[in-house]
Ligand binder design. Structure first.
Ligand code: 5RP
Length: 218
């Protein structure tokens, strides 16, 4: 099976967690498959809170009602992908640049189900460049501070987030203490969000594999 087929398998397995109400929906190619599956049971849900303009557009095309998080309140379920996960279900996210809204919805949700192909499971986070969303005027300052933390930040040129900000992708990080580094980077002036999801990790990780969906719980 190719990587996309494994993503699709994980996305389909996540449907088992949809019990109705309003579903939080992430961003990315794996989530795109989930949105397509969610459309097949859309009568079962009231609607979705979306983490990006791209996911909103895809759900609108399927006729899935889009809700505002402020009106929806806390959510029972959030489904999203990841760029890396460790065994503790701490994640690197933000490859698609939607990390801030993703982190907000994850925080507001009782259960976070992460869907991915099996290649995303790693022993140590940091091989995937760590995305950091920054206020535009803070780009160079934050980059210098990230160098002090041992990383090599690369500006994702030409990319503007849905919030009007920039992304720095930090290479060369070996993230041995994810929660500590999440707090350190979040505390830098001008950082909106760092793509480490350790303070609020996933609750369930569904990995597409040749043997079928593998489910890891926190
Ligand atoms: C977007 C994300 C995605 O969930 C992450 O990049 C995984 O993407 P894909 O499902 O395409 O592999 O965090 O900001």
């Amino acid at each position: 099976m190719d990587q996309d087929a494994l993503k699709k398998q994980a996305a389909e397995a996540a449907l088992d967690y949809v019990e109705g109400g309003i579903v939080g929906v992430g961003t990315g190619s794996t989530v795109n498959h989930f949105i397509d599956y969610l459309a097949t049971i859309k009568g079962k849900v009231e609607g979705a809170v979306s983490s990006s303009e791209v996911s909103t557009e895809r759900m609108r095309q399927h006729g899935i009602p889009i809700m505002d998080l402020n009106a929806a309140g806390d959510l029972a379920l959030y489904v999203d992908g990841a760029d890396e996960s460790n065994q503790d279900l701490q994640l690197i996210k933000g490859g698609g640049g939607a990390l801030t809204r993703e982190k907000i919805i994850a925080a507001a949700s009782a259960k976070f189900v992460c869907i991915a192909d099996q290649s995303k499971l790693v022993d140590l986070l940091g091989n995937f460049p760590l995305p950091v969303e920054v206020i535009p005027m803070a780009r160079s300052y934050v980059a210098r501070e990230l160098v002090k933390l041992g990383g090599t930040p690369i500006w994702r040129e030409g990319f503007i987030t849905d919030n009007g900000n920039l992304i720095l992708d930090v290479q060369g990080m070996q993230i041995r203490e994810p929660a500590k580094l999440e707090q350190q980077i979040n505390n830098l002036a001008g950082v909106v969000t760092v793509g480490i999801f350790a303070l609020r990790p996933a609750d369930v990780l569904i990995l597409g594999s040749e043997q079928g969906p593998q489910i890891i719980t926190a």
